[in-house]
Design a protein around this ligand. Structure first.
Ligand code: GLA
Length: 664
């Protein structure tokens, strides 16, 4: 199977989405000249071009794309060619309203924006396959083609009748019989028993809380239905160009697609990232989603889209301050990206995104944005031969599973303040601040290469995952488990005893008797060998062999264990029944990492300096508000400047160094 290396060929791809159909052809000449000037090596073309390519059903217009690809090729710019199926033309919705998605309450989602397709609609699929076939046949052997990009940010949901029929087929595959389905969904509750398949619907708008197992299966189904659309187009383009890698771009930490399942079907994992430049922890959000992309890919990945400055979809859209675009791009390289691209090359004059930043802004080339884009192009050109294809090695895995996410965020639960993504972010932050490079992993994945495995909270754990975790600890691993974990099985049935018995044995706990969610802003003092304040959640635990690291000192649970630690087989298992405040969580995870024999990527760095190792290189990234002075052990060369770096290294605000070991 082709992979990202087939497109990068030892470089870092640099460029962005290019939408030349928004401009007269004279502009294209200027575009390619400026692309060369900026060091652009790759552009993504055609993402939203369906109406231009097929202005009427079956009537194709490829002349402009022929000229464009030839022009780009003549200037040495590679093309990531997109299938345009994310934005069907108005004629499709007009002639075939059944291709338009329906919301939970039955209203139609019309054309006039983008993404208005129902993944289960046979008519949509037929038309999407036809335009894909045309493109693939025409350009599959074009010398400019380096990669296929299928659709764009798959994320639609639909509750229409075609979806209902498709959902039933999916349920038949999963559950086999109606009896099994009724059992899996617990339909004895509230008189929900299904007597015929045709009675089953997607979970449409209803009077009160809907069946959680039905909601869970619908989330799984929707991810699978979209994935079928992806794999159908992937198969078409791969048939015409078997040596060209195929990808689609994921939204960062996106709830709607099971990333582990999707990554298996993609030759290249591609990610769009838009951290808020104004957010104190924007850099950590970037690191988290980059770690997820690398983990999904199992190696180098592609940063398909980011913004050079402001986006246009936040309530207030602020530009990136000087240097931040370069810093965050280098962060992605540090964390495994072999392609750094933007949305988009030339800023649009019209349409919904005319205020979204681009590589080439409305004001042209005489501005900081374009200068920074050009500098970054030169940086990446220099770094390419040293990093492209090299791995990032993490000693820690943070376990993440879309099934658990879907199951844990349904109505009718103990606390609506539990936010899966926010909790993952908090735990990742603790490791990120301590410069422990962390992969994300599925709970049933092979964990043996990690010294430390952490679970922020996985409400749902399958039998396979629980057996995997038990074996991991038994054979010497260190596991740190957060609250509300191992509670439900694969169908969202509560495990006997409330928390799975295998997990309790690993943790040295007899029982979790009660969950005690905390109110907004409420904290509980915890004391012991670690003193801290717990937030969000607490539990009434009964230990069975675990050492108590900290007890609740306040409130109804005063005197009860809050944090425990247990030796199981050759390993150690911690349990955190509350979420310590950020500094304390970092201290706890740092202690567990140290006891597990892990060292951070670099030590004694000023706060705000991120350190990541990629291959033999050490990336230092200054996210702090001012200059930072770093003491370096040994001798290095900074690949960005070509200068030796020994002893003390000063990083400007938003400054970065990419250090290679050097002879003294
Ligand atoms: C996403 C889309 C792009 C564009 C950007 C704007 O990443 O894929 O087409 O809309 O958002 O931030």
């Amino acid at each position: 199977m082709p992979d990202l290396n087939d497109a990068t060929r030892g470089r870092i791809l640099y460029g962005g989405d290019y939408n030349p159909e928004q401009w007269p052809e004279e502009t294209w000449q200027e575009d390619v000249r400026l692309m060369r000037q900026a060091g652009v090596t790759s552009v993504t073309v055609g993402v939203f071009s369906w109406a231009r390519l097929e202005p009427a059903p079956g009537a194709y217009d490829f002349g402009w794309l022929d000229r464009l690809l030839d022009l780009l090729h003549a200037h040495g710019i590679g093309v990531v060619l997109a299938t345009p199926t994310a934005s069907p033309p108005p004629w499709l919705g007009h002639r075939h309203p059944e291709t338009l998605p329906q919301a939970e309450n039955g209203t139609t989602v019309w054309y006039g924006s983008r993404n208005q397709f129902c993944a289960s609609s046979p008519t949509y699929r037929r038309h999407a396959a036809a335009i894909t076939e045309q493109l693939a046949a025409r350009y599959g052997a074009h010398p400019a083609l380096t990669m296929w990009h299928v659709n764009n940010e798959y994320g639609t949901h639909c509750w229409c009748d075609a979806t209902a029929a498709h959902f039933r087929r999916w349920l038949q595959d999963r559950h086999g019989t109606l009896e099994e389905l009724n059992s899996a969904w617990g339909t004895a509750f509230w008189s929900q028993h299904y007597a015929e398949w045709d009675e089953i619907l997607p979970p449409r708008q209803a009077q009160y809380i809907r069946n959680p197992a039905q909601l869970l299966d619908f989330a799984r189904f929707t991810s699978d239905a979209l994935l079928e659309c992806y794999t159908a187009e992937h198969a078409i383009v791969a048939r015409h160009s078997p040596a060209v890698p195929v990808t689609t771009n994921h939204m960062p930490f996106w709830r709607g697609q099971d990333g582990w399942a999707w990554a298996k079907e993609q030759d290249v994992v591609a990610l769009d990232i838009y951290p808020d430049p104004d957010a104190a922890l924007g850099a950590q959000h970037g690191a988290l989603v980059q770690d997820l992309a690398r983990s999904m890919a199992g190696g180098p990945w592609m940063l398909m889209e980011q913004a050079t400055g402001a986006v246009n979809w936040r309530p207030v859209n602020r530009p990136k301050p000087a240097g931040l675009n370069r810093l965050w791009s280098l962060q992605a390289v540090a964390r495994g990206a072999d392609a750094i691209c933007f949305f988009q090359w030339r800023q649009s004059r019209q349409g919904a995104e005319k205020f979204h930043s681009a590589m080439l802004p409305h004001s042209g080339t005489g501005n900081r944005t374009f200068r920074e884009v050009t500098t970054l192009g030169a940086d990446l050109d220099r770094l390419g031969p040293h990093v492209s294809g090299t791995p990032v090695t993490a000693g820690t895995a943070l376990l993440h599973d879309w099934d658990a996410w879907w199951a844990s965020e349904q109505p009718g639960r103990p606390s609506e303040l539990l936010d899966y993504q926010e909790n993952v972010t908090a735990w990742h932050r603790a490791l990120w601040e301590a410069n422990h490079t962390t992969d994300l992993a599925h709970p049933a994945a092979d964990l043996t290469r990690y010294r430390l495995v952490v679970i922020p909270s996985l409400y749902l754990l399958t039998d396979a995952a629980l057996d995997n975790l038990a074996a991991y600890v038994r054979t010497g691993g260190t596991l740190v488990t957060g609250y509300f974990t191992g509670v439900a099985d694969h169908q969202d049935r509560i495990r006997p005893g409330g928390v799975d018995a295998r997990l309790r044995e690993v943790l040295g706990l007899a029982a979790v008797h009660q969950w005690w969610p905390l109110n907004e802003g409420e904290t509980l003092r915890c004391t012991g060998t670690e003193d801290f304040r717990g937030t969000l959640w607490a539990e009434e635990l009964e230990t069975a062999g675990a050492e108590v690291v900290a007890r609740y000192a306040d409130g109804e649970l005063a005197g009860h264990p809050a944090v425990t630690r247990h030796t199981h087989g050759e390993g150690t298992a911690w349990y955190l029944s509350t979420r310590p405040e950020p500094d304390a969580l970092r201290a706890l995870l740092t202690r567990a990492a140290r006891e597990a024999g892990l060292r951070p990527a670099a030590e004694h760095l000023p706060a705000g300096v991120e350190a990541v190792r990629r291959g033999e290189l050490l990336f230092l990234l200054n996210h702090g508000p001012q200059q930072a002075s770093c003491e370096l052990p040994g001798h290095w060369e900074d690949l960005l400047t070509g200068k030796p770096a020994t002893g003390s290294l000063t990083l400007e605000r938003h400054g970065a160094a990419v250090l290679r070991p050097a002879a003294p």
